[in-house]
Design a protein around this ligand. Structure first.
Ligand SMILES: [Zn+2]
Length: 320
């Protein structure tokens, strides 16, 4: 008998990536489309496009004799569980109080599970990536923003409203820059791609010399390239991101005494510049980290973490 198959979807702000995944975590078919084009489109348009891509994958799997049992979807933003209603999404601002799960289920022959994308990434790393080594760990995704997912004793901790793990909005600098969550000095203002770019722009405005003055667009990738080439402004931006991460994680490790922290996302590619100040600051801020067993490691799955985690959700069924 064929292994059970599901579809995992990572709905990113730029690209939606879908895959048929079997119960062992192997990829069968992949599909993707440009989700960024739907940012300001009517809320139904992105849902329709998703449903179309999902129906094609279900048919495709059927053609090769397998049956898709369920769909798991990771969405950037706040998701109310288990209803699968997207309360708000920074990438898709039209999705406010939008019943994504019900909308997809009305168009598909299989059940759908919806969760936050950072939670999905944590589940993916737990299943097939760097999280396999830990019973309890925090998974951070340093992308355009900073996402977090918390696995405690093997289970995803969703909290009272499904909003647990928002590490990106932990305060690291009380008087720091305003964040679009309403707070000031959030971790996200320092350790995200946007935060890195802002730090570089500030240094340039203050008269620092850097090859990045000519960089357009000023992305975390461009800053990483400059850092590797020895650019001090670029290296300083990642150093500061590492320190900010160490401050935030110090408090969290003191509270949770987790065994591991798994760090992924585009910004984490600059680990050479980010990792050492992070670990130094973490040990300075947390006696639990300094005297304990916590390990801080890079994620292993890259962009596939979110798809695999969403597939894992689909295999397990809706959270209760
Ligand atoms: Zn914030």
């Amino acid at each position: 008998m064929a292994a059970e198959q599901v579809i995992g979807v990572d709905l990113g702000g730029t690209n939606a990536r879908l895959a048929v995944v079997d119960s062992a975590g192997a990829f069968r078919h992949r599909e993707s489309f440009h989700s960024g084009a739907f940012r300001d489109a009517p809320q139904e348009a992105l849902l329709e496009r998703l449903a179309e891509a999902l129906r094609a994958l279900v048919r495709n799997a059927g053609g090769s004799g397998a049956r898709v049992e369920a769909v798991g979807l990771g969405v950037p933003g706040i998701v109310r569980l288990p209803a699968g209603v997207v309360v708000a999404s920074p990438n898709f601002p039209r999705w406010r109080e939008f019943p994504v799960r019900a909308g997809l289920e009305s168009q598909l022959p299989v059940p759908v599970v919806v969760d936050n994308d950072a939670n999905a990434a944590a589940l993916g790393e737990q299943w097939r990536g760097a999280g396999r080594a830990f019973e309890s760990f925090l998974c951070l995704t340093l992308g355009t923003g900073v996402g977090g997912g918390l696995i405690l004793e093997g289970r995803l901790w969703r909290g009272a409203d499904g909003m647990a793990g928002e590490v990106g909005h932990v305060t690291v600098e009380p008087g720091g820059p305003a964040c679009n969550c309403g707070n000031r000095g959030c971790l996200e203002q320092y350790a995200s791609g946007r935060g890195i770019a802002r730090r570089v722009r500030e240094a340039l405005a203050a008269g620092s010399e850097s090859a990045l003055a000519a960089a357009e667009p000023l992305t975390a990738e461009a800053v990483h390239r400059a850092a590797r080439a020895g650019d001090r402004v670029a290296q300083e931006a990642f150093h500061q991101a590492g320190v900010a991460l160490g401050i935030a994680l110090g408090g969290l490790v003191n509270v949770l005494n987790i065994q591991g922290v798994v760090i992924g996302g585009q910004v984490s590619q600059a680990w050479t510049f980010l990792g050492p100040p992070l670990i130094e600051e973490l040990c300075r801020r947390s006696y639990v980290a300094a005297s304990g067993t916590v390990r801080v490691v890079q994620a292993e799955l890259g962009d596939d973490a979110g798809i695999l985690g969403a597939a894992r959700l689909a295999l397990r069924g809706a959270p209760r």
